[in-house]
Ligand binder design. Structure first.
Ligand code: ZN
Length: 280
């Protein structure tokens, strides 16, 4: 298997790591936590959205069903690059504090994709991150399920079973984030980054754009900081989105940035949040 292909597979698999062995019970507990979200108003809303899409077909299933930034204006002199970090949850509900501290020290804006289940396990940390204007909080799904309207999955990851589940995954996490932060997410990244075209349309209907990535840093491979830095530098180009994680304190994302950021700055890159693409 070519190295790049292997990297893609393993990297994707991180975000996407399937629920733990005992996941059935964990999922059950998580579901109970979120039971109160299914209010009569929400269920009516969900039903109306389902009716809108009742005759639509799932379409292509891919990591790149829609490039959220394709319509954005990149015709600027300034070179920009966006760092994005996912927090997946489940058995991977840690917090890479040293990475966040590095971003703050270097004043590097970043977009953080969080799940409802990660928020539940990191309430204080999440509130603190959400208050920091350096970070943009976006939606990684309520329970870190791969969003397929047909129940398709990749890498054995827990997936939505149907359109209704996709709406729950996107909308209930958006509402949860908005309730805590006062800002509703405008981007959605599915677990594994895979989803189908219909899920992408549903996201748009719910006011969010599906976002994938351009550069896999390789933290899923547990690559060294040096290797990840190399991957970032090799893939760097104007407008690129880097995908990494901030829920694995044992991994070397901070070390990767320490090695890559000075060189990126030397090449003239500025770092922006995803929401700032639309302002340029
Ligand atoms: Zn993830």
């Amino acid at each position: 298997m070519p190295a790049v292909k292997a990297l893609i597979i393993f990297s994707a698999a991180l975000c996407l790591l399937p629920p733990a062995a005992s996941a059935k019970n964990v999922r059950g507990d998580e579901r109970n936590v979120f039971q109160s979200y299914y209010t009569p108003d929400y269920l009516l809303f969900k039903k109306s959205v389902m009716e809108e899409f009742s005759k639509a077909s799932a379409g292509k299933f891919s990591e790149f069903v829609k490039y959220g930034r394709k319509d954005k204006d990149k015709s600027v002199d300034q070179k920009v690059l966006a760092f994005t970090f996912d927090a997946c949850g489940g058995r991977h509900s840690g917090y890479n504090k040293k990475l966040i501290e590095y971003l703050r020290k270097e004043q590097i804006p970043a977009t953080l994709f969080v799940t409802g289940i990660w928020i539940e396990k990191n309430k204080e940390t999440f509130a603190e991150l959400a208050k920091d204007p350096l970070f943009e909080i976006e939606n990684h799904g309520l329970m870190h399920r791969l969003c397929s309207t047909e129940g398709k999955t990749m890498y054995g990851v827990h997936a939505t079973r149907n359109l209704g589940d996709v709406i729950d995954e996107m909308e209930l996490c958006a509402r949860k984030i908005a309730q805590i932060t006062g800002r509703r997410p405008i981007f959605f990244r599915s677990a594994t980054a895979y989803s189908d075209e219909l899920a992408s349309k549903v996201a748009q209907r719910l006011g969010m754009e599906v976002v994938s990535y351009d550069i896999l840093a390789g933290d899923a491979l547990k690559a060294s900081g040096k290797t990840m830095a190399k991957n970032i530098l090799n893939g760097a180009r104007h407008g690129a989105v880097v995908i990494m994680h901030f829920n694995h304190p044992e991994l070397q994302e901070k070390e990767a940035l320490e090695a890559a950021v000075p060189e990126l700055r030397r090449r003239g890159y500025n770092f922006i949040k995803l929401e700032d693409f639309s302002m340029r």
